[in-house]
Design a protein around this ligand. Structure first.
Ligand code: URP
Ligand code: ZN
Ligand code: ZN
Length: 704
């Protein structure tokens, strides 16, 4: 299926009545578009004033790239090692041609149409597969790339304005009207379009070795698909095996990614086990490798799950290093227990996956993670928020002042877990991921409401794709179905459709949740996440009028299934500019592998740590000043037991009358002493209490 056919499924919205007020050039009689406002992070007053933002050194990124390239043999060895850990022989997963679909076509079982999407490196590649990105020559033959995006409406998280954007050498140089641009500048006409920061997908797993196999979308097909959908940066996870060096895992991921990425990327690193060495490597990763976020797992017992004690240690370490702790919040102990019971009951299908980990299993872990992190003053980021109750936990903890962020994903915003109960095994298994999609079909709307209103902040995808044949590794046992779904290509459209077209959020909030908040939370703002002078020229020219129908038949991902199959969405990435290069042109992708760069993420992010120190100080425990206790103290024997039985309670001396016959305090006793020693002079003085509202109501007289 060519990109041309893909476009054939789009059509222009022509009814003016339906045109929202923010669509440029249309609906002129509608109220004026919002041009200024506040965002989750507050109003940015000088957003369009030329500024020198703090940008992590490009040099260090290049140095890192070189570093990863100097030891190709070691890297190759590491890759081989990783593949060796696969339980399943590699040839059972055909990556470049027709896959074996038998596993999903058991007799008598409903089977969906088998979809064979384009493959990377496939012999019969579409013409656009071999096109390079468009180099923008300045006419004089110099290497400078000059591009003008003209006539569109620039949308940032805090304002919209009709403006042109001039780009040179991958950086935005001017934003405004009547710009002076050199001759030979290439022009993209953006009238009627929104010009927004390219999307940042905060959560992907390209080519991840997992559950005995490896995610089928690699850093090439995955990032190319990302660009097709308007995402210009992904944040992936380097996840070491239990006992493995975090730094080695990090370099392995760098080697995989650097060779293939078509867009920029950063790496979170998994703390999948705990030791002093792990703590020390976390420091090296933050200081030398540009890592500022670590993911801890509360599930995947026997592989990556940490105990509460280990979680606390890792949170404390994140806090010391100025990093952001991330959690996969599910109670792995309960999941293990439930899975065993379900299998014993003969429930082996994908529905067992969902049944084994109901919503409260996610909510409990989310709450526990929030409490543990808050107790050690560590900022927390909850990845893949999948349920209402987990989202409520994040939202209520934020209201209590916790520094916690929540990331719903395209899957949890765009579809639901009723699919686990589909009669077609392949369809049901195609939706298996952890934490699971919830069978409550009102969940996506609920999560979108929270995202729109600022209770949740970012959107990722957890893009971790497995073909039908790979999913079929668990055809007789749901615990063996590789967990993961698609999303990297469709996230922007799904959020636009369910968020903006539904009227829950305006385009500014769309930008906030698809890029700006991520850039701020991971400390790469305003290099990323903003269309402003000095920022990277990562831009999507968005056609809000066009529609398309999502399908595995036409998507750019390598996987043969799409959880959003058949969904019609408004909003198309008509042009995508990555580092000033036009990588999507009228919907056609022109990307080359290895074109993207690693983006280091610095620690002690003011957007995350800004109020932590004050908060810690304000909530610091405060000692009560009092005279030391001078009464009798029980004596313990060597075993910690009290010696000589119970010591009788000694009568305090300030009573002037003895106790009553039954041993009670004599009520005729007065606490007033003419000596001046009042009850009890050893206690600190009671502060005087001014009673404004006495019992029985306030009186204006002098009685009180
Ligand atoms: O199902 C999922 N989420 N697969 C990827 C691993 C993870 O937990 O993020
Ligand atoms: Zn996870
Ligand atoms: Zn994940």
């Amino acid at each position: 299926m060519s990109a041309g056919l893909r476009r054939a499924s789009r059509h222009q919205e022509e009814k003016d009545d339906d045109v929202p007020q923010w669509i440029p050039g249309l609906g002129q009689d509608k109220p004026k578009p919002r041009t200024l406002g506040t965002s989750f992070f507050g109003y940015v007053p000088d957003a369009f004033v030329e500024k020198t933002p703090y940008l992590p050194s490009e040099q260090s990124a290049d140095a890192l790239k070189k570093e990863a390239a100097v030891e190709p043999e070691k890297a190759a060895e590491q890759v081989a090692d990783a593949l060796e850990q696969e339980i399943v022989p590699r040839d059972s997963i055909e990556r470049n041609g027709q896959r074996d679909m038998d596993a999903s076509s058991d007799e008598g079982v409903v089977t969906e149409e088998v979809i064979v999407p384009r493959r990377a490196g496939q012999a019969s590649a579409e013409p656009w597969d071999v096109l390079s990105p468009v180099d923008i020559e300045d006419g004089s033959g110099s290497a400078q790339n000059r591009l003008l995006i003209k006539g569109g409406r620039v949308v940032n998280d805090d304002m919209m304005q009709d403006a042109d954007v001039y780009i040179e050498d991958g950086i935005i140089k001017q934003v405004g009207t009547n710009l002076h641009t050199p001759g030979g500048t290439r022009v993209i006409e953006a009238k009627g379009h929104l010009v927004m920061p390219g999307g940042i997908d905060t959560h992907t797993h390209m080519q991840m070795p997992f559950m005995g196999t490896q995610a089928i979308d690699d850093f090439y097909t995955g990032t190319r698909a990302a660009l097709a959908g308007g995402t210009t940066m992904i944040m992936d996870f380097a996840l070491p095996q239990r006992g493995e060096s975090l730094i080695e895992a990090f370099h392995r991921w760098r080697t995989w990614a650097d060779a293939k990425v078509c867009c920029d990327y950063a790496l979170h690193v998994g703390v999948t086990w705990w030791s002093d060495k792990v703590a020390q490597e976390m420091e090296e990763l933050t200081n030398e490798q540009g890592v500022n976020s670590f993911k801890m797992f509360m599930a995947y017992k026997d592989t990556w799950q940490l105990s509460d004690e280990e979680l606390l240690e890792s949170f404390k370490r994140c806090k010391e290093l100025g990093a952001l702790a991330q959690v996969h919040a599910e109670n792995g102990d309960i999941i293990k227990e439930n899975s065993k019971k379900l299998l014993e009951l003969g429930i082996t299908g994908p529905e067992g996956h969902e049944m084994s980990r109901p919503e409260e299993v996610e909510a409990e872990a989310t709450n526990r993670a929030c409490v543990l992190a808050n107790q050690v003053h560590c900022p927390l980021y909850v990845v893949h928020v999948m349920s209402k109750s987990a989202a409520d936990v994040v939202s209520s903890k934020r209201k209590q002042g916790h520094v916690v962020f929540g990331e719903p994903i395209a899957a949890s915003l765009g579809t639901d877990g009723t699919h686990h109960y589909h009669k077609c095994w392949r369809h049901a298994a195609g939706h298996v991921m952890g934490p699971p999609l919830r069978p409550d079909s009102t969940t996506p709307k609920y999560l979108m409401d929270l995202l729109a209103n600022g209770d949740l902040q970012t959107t990722g995808t957890d893009n971790c794709t497995f073909s039908a044949a790979q999913k079929a590794l668990g055809k007789d046992d749901f615990t063996k179905i590789p967990n993961g779904v698609n999303g990297v290509e469709d996230r922007m459209s799904v959020v636009w459709e369910k968020g903006v077209v539904s009227g829950k959020m305006d385009p500014c909030r769309f930008v906030a949740v698809t890029s700006t908040n991520a850039a701020k939370i991971f400390n790469i703002y305003p290099k990323k996440g903003r269309v402003a002078v000095g920022s990277d020229a990562d831009i999507v020219v968005w056609n809000p009028h066009a529609t398309r129908v999502i399908s595995a038949k036409t998507h750019h991902q390598a996987v043969d299934f799409n959880i959003f199959e058949g969904m019609e969405v408004h909003g198309i990435a008509e042009y995508v500019v990555c580092h000033g290069r036009v990588v999507v042109e009228e919907g056609e992708v022109r990307a080359i592998s290895g074109m993207g760069k690693y983006v280091p993420t610095p620690v002690f992010n003011p957007h995350v740590y800004g109020r932590l120190e004050e908060r810690e100080r304000a909530n610091a425990p405060c000692k009560v000043e009092r005279a030391p206790y001078e009464g009798p103290v029980a004596q313990l024997n060597g075993q910690g037991m009290q010696e000589g039985g119970i010591i009788p309670v000694q009568q305090e001396t300030f009573y002037t009358r003895g106790p009553t016959r039954s041993g009670g305090v004599n009520l005729h006793d007065s606490s007033f002493h003419v000596s001046g020693a009042q009850v009890n002079d050893k206690s600190p003085k009671r502060p005087s209490v001014k009673v404004n509202n006495p019992p029985g109501g306030r009186s204006s007289g002098s009685f009180w």
